[in-house]
Design a binder for this molecule. Structure first.
Ligand code: ARG
Ligand code: ZN
Length: 865
């Protein structure tokens, strides 16, 4: 008996460890699935060709979750079996067998939205990470790759369209108004990439010709009435396919590529081979219902899922600890795609803002984990900003260190060598090393050490000798289970500017800080140097510098790296706000002057200006403070907004008017103009101008696009103006039958900066359109409210209680979606003793709930440590 443990499924409360990885005992070369589809009772027959993997006498163990075998046959003969928890265990004598199992499942009763479930009258699947075991018995782990044949039979009137992975093979009519279809996927794949869809759907189709001349039929499948909203996604798909050929040399490999949009979905989308399934919010877009942000997100997610065809499907993950192998790399790829569609600088700013909003707090809190985790209880809890976004930064750093040619040589090597296999993060890094000759031994710490490194940089200049010295020091903070850290490799793009001439003193250099500290000297420095560091956000770290207000203002006007320029302005604003919160100082003059200069610079792209003049968020300000005081942060930030609004009122009005005349066009310039328009409107209102609410209402009312309409609505909802009620009603009535827009209606109110937000959100939870059964709706109200720093932490624990109540209720339906919403409560250590105690007691109340899911139990108990 060699080892049966490796193939055993996660024990309900057990910890799964990366170090325990063992190759599978049994492989499955082929699987044929036969579905008799019905929402209430679907019959699934699975036929597996299994082969013993290596010399051992372990039984065949097939993962199952909530399944009862109706029959189990080995080589056509009914065979005894045992159940260990959900796992089907069959003692089989030989080295190769045909196993047939039959089960019945109930998609309509599946509220977890994992496995086969019903959404809007259609049937669809979600299998990543461990949903396939809710459909049929199978070794549900990503290193078992099989060829799939799928046959579906269903009522023809109700489910006229039957889709699965790969290529359609045959279809026909059956008795009793039913019909059937067969699909075959020639590429061996892990079970998490299985998908089927049955429904009343219509497709927006197109043809794409690949670089080698293969014709691919593309289809975006939605409800008939939503067809007009699919052009943007289809266009993004074609752009993505061409981009992956040009930038990575990756070609699509099947004759069809289908995407289906569904309303009930636990996350963004899923890269099932040849049949991506999407949350409809990342497919449907038209000017009347989608903001520019939505348009960008649709294109980014379409690209992301498409890119997975190589980084994820052709080369998959050996085990779930390697999740960032596909997710970090694919996020890096989709970021590159989006950067190439418009302003790369603005895209980088947005990505860094996102990283700081979601990943930095995660890395600084109780749920911190390495990009390649060492253990988990529930893998669904590890689809995190660390795996995705920090993972993308890790790939980006390798690209920066190697340079574009060697990086591309590394990805070519990786795709070629591991095509058709299940690989590891180590395999990827080794390919980068081999292709470049660069030693990445120490760099690998980025995969194993959690926590955001901190760099202290101080620049001293000796005018007499003309020598400047830059001292760099790094430290990596302790995180749960990792008290001591080794220094990491931090690629820092650095440049010095002369304060008088505004000219570069030295060309930009890439400094690889790999020791705890380092010194750099610069000679012949005749004027005072100003330090530009971590340009382009070349390393995902926190940088503390000794730069003065004057230096930051200088850089915000003169730095030639757009990210560094934005960063200087952010730092100036942050320093000002932190001083205001901690010492009550309110010296706003430097920020006002810097913002005025940025607004007045005609050379700057409008989208960049809009990002640069925006104040850091309440939560990011809070992240800079030893103890977060949400109310003080809000008040000081509002005071700065008011002063900026007042001091520059003519400039804001001018910027607003300049953008107002434009008709809607989804283009980089159009987006930039709208963004600056809404930022400017916000400042005009903040100034206290008497006509602020009228301007907002007029914009809301006359808008020819959702960006402007929602921008006007948001401004009103955050104001004291009575017009906000009218605007909310108009918006609600106009979009009452559009779930995605109603989500915006809920979310805008949940994010409101008003005093009565907490009460309003509680009332909205009883609104007839509110439901926890739809993840988008739950996130729009509960998720948004929990990140509204001021509102969530107001009212002596009222916000915490509300969120905890909702999470307890949601966990009954959908543990994955509930567990994702735990982190805001888990941040209790960052708050004063009274708030911390209240947050903890809500976490304890959740943990004490009978029948709490494994997902919630892991998140909440870690959050209490
Ligand atoms: N692989 C999908 C994507 O990144 C997401 C799957 C999320 N699964 C989960 N259990 N959270 O596009
Ligand atoms: Zn992904």
């Amino acid at each position: 008996m060699i080892d049966a443990l490796a193939a055993s499924p996660p024990k309900p409360s057990g910890v799964i460890r990366r170090a325990d990885y063992r190759a599978p005992d049994w492989l499955v070369s082929d699987i044929a699935l036969d579905f008799d589809l019905d929402p209430a009772a679907t019959q699934v027959r699975a036929t597996l060709i299994v082969t013993r993997n290596g010399a051992h006498d372990a039984p065949l163990r097939l993962d199952g979750d909530g399944l009862t075998p109706l029959s189990v046959k080995v080589d056509g003969i009914d065979t005894p079996y045992t159940m260990e928890g959900g796992t089907l265990v069959i003692a089989v004598p030989g080295d190769a067998h045909e196993i047939e199992t039959r089960v019945e499942i109930a998609p309509a009763a599946n509220t977890q939205l994992m496995g086969l479930y019903a959404s809007g009258g259609n049937l669809c699947t979600q299998c990543e990470a461990e949903g396939f075991r809710r459909i049929t018995f199978f070794p549900d782990r990503p290193d078992v790759l099989s060829k799939y044949r799928v046959r579906m039979t269903a009522d023809k009137a109700r489910f006229p369209v039957l889709l699965a992975n790969g290529d359609p093979i045959a279809s026909g009519d059956a008795a009793d108004g039913r019909h059937w279809a067969e699909w075959h996927d020639p590429f061996p794949k892990p079970s998490y990439l299985f998908a089927l869809v049955a429904g009343d759907l219509a497709a927006n189709t197109a043809t794409f010709t690949t670089m080698s001349g293969r014709q691919v039929t593309l289809g975006i499948w939605v409800r008939e009435k939503d067809l007009p909203k699919t052009d943007h996604a289809l266009h993004a798909l074609k752009l993505s396919m061409a981009w992956d050929e040009q930038v990575y040399g990756r070609e699509y490999d099947l004759d069809v590529f289908n995407i289906v949009a569904v309303d009930d979905f636990n996350f963004g989308a899923m890269e099932n081979k040849g049949l991506n399934i999407f949350n409809s919010r990342y497919i449907l877009a038209d000017p009347d219902t989608a903001t520019d942000y939505d348009y960008d997100a649709v294109a980014a997610v379409v690209a992301h899922e498409y890119f997975h065809n190589w980084s994820g499907n052709r080369v998959t993950c050996r085990d779930w600890f390697q999740l960032s192998l596909k997710e970090g790399f694919t996020v890096y790829r989709d970021q590159g795609f989006s950067a190439d569609q418009g302003s790369a600088a603005v895209k980088r700013i947005e990505d860094v803002r996102g990283l700081r909003a979601a990943q930095f707090p995660e890395d600084a809190g109780p749920l911190a984990h390495p990009v390649r985790p060492d253990e988990y209880v529930e893998i669904s809890n590890f689809y995190t900003a660390t795996i995705y976004n920090k993972g993308a930064e890790v790939i980006r750093m390798m690209a920066t260190i190697l340079g574009p040619q060697k990086f591309r040589a590394g990805t070519d090597r990786y795709f070629d060598r591991f095509d058709g296999t299940a690989a590891t993060c180590e395999d990827f890094v080794a390919c980068m090393e081999e292709a470049s000759g660069v030693d990445l031994t120490q760099f690998r710490l980025w995969y194993s050490q959690a926590g955001t490194p901190r760099v202290t940089a101080s620049l001293e200049h000796e005018a007499g000798s003309g020598r400047a010295r830059l001292d760099l020091r790094q430290s990596v903070p302790p995180t749960p289970g990792q008290p001591n850290k080794a220094p990491m490799v931090l690629p820092l793009r650095i440049k010095l500017f002369g304060a008088e001439t505004a000219q570069p003193i030295a060309e930009e250099q890439l400094v690889l800080l790999s020791d705890g500290d380092a010194q750099l000297t610069f000679d012949g420095v005749t004027e005072r140097p100003v330090l530009s560091i971590n340009r382009g956000f070349s390393a995902p770290v926190i940088v503390d510098t000794n730069r003065s207000v004057a230096d930051l203002a200088f850089l915000s006007a003169h730095d030639d790296d757009p990210f560094a320029r934005y960063e200087a302005m952010q730092q100036l604003m942050l320093d000002t706000l932190v001083a205001a919160v901690t010492h009550g100082r309110a010296d706003h003059a430097s920020v006002i002057e810097a913002v005025a200069n940025t607004l007045a610079d005609p050379a700057l792209d409008r989208a960049f200006v809009a990002e640069a003049v925006l104040l850091p968020s309440d939560s990011f300000i809070g992240d800079q403070l030893p103890v977060v005081d949400p109310e003080a942060i809000f008040q000081k930030r509002e005071a700065l907004r008011r002063d900026l609004g007042k001091a520059l009122e003519p400039q804001w009005r001018e910027a607003y008017e300049a953008a107002r005349a434009n008709r809607f066009e989804y283009s980089p310039a159009g987006k930039g103009a709208r963004r600056l328009k809404s930022v400017s409107l916000g400042y005009v209102i903040a100034s206290g101008a008497a006509d602020g609410a009228d301007l907002a209402f007029a914009q809301f009312d006359a808008a020819d696009n959702m960006t402007d309409r929602q921008g006007g609505l948001t401004a009103l909802v955050n104001s004291e103006s009575d017009k906000r009620h009218a605007a909310l009603d108009i918006f609600y009535n106009r979009y009452a039958d559009n779930a995605l827009v109603l989500d915006k209606w809920f979310q805008t109110q949940a994010l409101a900066t008003r005093d009565d937000t907490a009460a309003a959100v509680e009332a909205l939870a009883s609104h007839p359109d509110f439901t926890l059964a739809n993840p988008n709706r739950a996130r729009a109200l509960v998720g948004a409210f929990a990140v509204n720093q001021r509102a969530f932490h107001s009212g002596e624990g009222r916000g915490y209680r509300f969120v905890a109540d909702q999470l307890i209720a949601l966990d009954q339906l959908n543990p994955q979606t509930a567990a994702k919403l735990v982190p805001p409560l888990g941040r209790w250590k960052r708050f004063d003793a009274a708030r911390a105690a209240r947050m903890r007691s809500e976490l304890e109340r959740i943990l004490a709930t009978p029948g709490l899911s494994k997902d919630m139990t892991e998140q909440v108990s870690k959050s209490l440590e």
